[in-house]
Design a protein around this ligand. Structure first.
Ligand code: ADP
Length: 407
């Protein structure tokens, strides 16, 4: 039996097929530019002899219904899934679970209605996620399907950390509070860190830093998340590829009054034109690091601002946790950018955070420890794997509901 993981975006469908037995990846694919003439689909998989192969297809995929159909055909063609009846379950990534969902859940009509109700909190993401769920429920009605929420891991954050200092009615009436995102990744890498250190999660204080195009930090106290840097939306917190992160909110009033920018203009400015891109016209950390090394001043500045913000969060979360045992770097930047790790840990030796510069420059696919031998705090590079974590949680929910039915 197998588990399929779907991540449905507004114009894309990412999918991965896992073996149920050991959660090994059997196939991974992506259908892009759905609704466009130039849609493209690709699938990589391993054949029975162990060779890595790829299938590619182009041509118009007009909607998500066709995309799911195409995915099924490609999986069949690759021989990794001959019939949907081989699926023990399908796991769906859902961005926003609001305060309704603290855990993954088996999808039924009530769950769909609840995700639908949360659309105002994630107007770009939840509709696309729901579309994938609805089409997949029609396509494979007999297969158990599970929703795994990006926000769920952060639902353990206490009130004093998730509330903003705004009139309380805004929380009560408009649901204005910190929710946090990237929860599946933070949970996964914290679990991997505990494994690496050979200690139960319940004995560790961990700061996880998910640094990709979007970036967030989480403070995890004995397995339970107590704070995270993204807020009501993914805009708050760290400096990101094109998002500004923390900002004096009065800048918005100032710009509105002085320049006549509209709400939509400001939204675009802060979400799409700021962050690394705003500082140096480039959002990709690899290019920025290369430019910085060649001496380009703005690239150096972007790197410095990014790492300074990161360092402040490491300090703040060390205080929030009452001391930290382990810092985890993950995401495209966290896993690959040695300079980011070096600059953000530099000067934190008094806090017990001592990076080994030569270990930090090692590149490997597996978990890597980059602290010095004497460092009281462990510093780890942990490759994230959100699809694996969604597959694992999906399997857990299915097995739980099977045993509930039997019981
Ligand atoms: P997403 O959030 O879209 O999933 P990723 O986690 O893949 O993004 O991270 C993308 C970021 O990782 C980009 O800024 C990219 O430049 C950076 N990155 C990837 N590889 C490297 C590298 N070798 N050195 C520095 N940055 C890298």
């Amino acid at each position: 039996m197998k588990i399929l993981v779907l991540n449905s975006g507004s114009s894309s469908l990412k999918f991965q097929l896992f073996s149920k037995k050991d959660l090994a990846v059997l196939a991974a694919g992506l259908i892009e530019q759905i609704g466009d003439e130039n849609s493209g689909a690709s699938l990589s998989y391993t054949d029975p002899s162990g060779s890595n192969l790829e299938l590619k297809q182009s041509g118009c995929v007009s909607d998500h219904r066709e995309a799911i159909q195409l995915m099924t055909e490609m999986l069949q063609k690759s021989g990794t899934l001959t019939d949907t009846g081989e699926l023990a379950g399908i796991g769906h990534r859902v961005v926003h679970g609001g305060e309704t969902f603290h855990l993954p859940i088996r999808i039924d009509a009530t769950v769909i209605a609840a995700i639908d109700e949360l659309i105002p909190l994630a107007p770009l993401h939840n509709p696309a996620n729901l579309l994938g769920i609805r089409v997949s429920m029609e396509h494979a009605a007999h297969i158990p399907q599970v929703a795994v929420f990006d926000t769920a891991f952060h639902q353990s954050i206490p009130e004093h950390a998730y509330l903003y200092a705004l009139p309380h009615r805004l929380y009560k009436e408009q649901k204005v509070r910190r929710y946090g995102f990237h929860g599946t990744s933070h949970a996964y890498v914290a679990g991997q860190a505990a494994k690496q250190l050979g200690k139960p999660l319940t004995e560790l204080n961990i700061i996880t830093l998910h640094l990709g195009n979007g970036a967030s930090a989480a403070a995890i106290s004995r397995g339970s998340c107590i704070d995270t840097s993204m807020g009501m939306t993914p805009l708050e917190g760290l400096v990101m590829g094109t998002r500004c992160g923390d900002l004096d909110p009065a800048i918005l009033f100032y710009l509105g009054r002085e320049t006549g920018m509209s709400m939509d203009d400001l939204d675009t400015l802060l979400n799409k034109e700021s962050g690394l891109k705003g500082i140096c016209d480039e959002s990709d950390m690899r290019s920025i690091s290369e430019a910085a090394e060649k001496g380009e001043k703005r690239a150096q500045l972007a790197l410095a601002i990014f790492c300074y913000r990161l360092k402040k969060y490491i300090g703040a979360y060390t205080a929030a946790l009452g001391g930290v045992d382990c810092i985890v770097f993950t995401g495209g930047i966290g896993e690959n950018s040695a300079i980011t790790r070096k600059l953000s840990c530099e000067g934190l030796e008094q806090m017990g955070i001592c990076l080994d510069v030569s270990r930090n420059s090692i590149r490997q696919e597996e978990v890597l420890e980059i602290q010095t031998a004497e460092s009281p705090v462990s510093i780890l590079v942990v490759p994230t794997d959100e699809e694996y974590e969604i597959a694992r949680q999906t399997l857990q929910i299915i097995e739980q509901s099977d045993s509930d039915e039997q019981g």
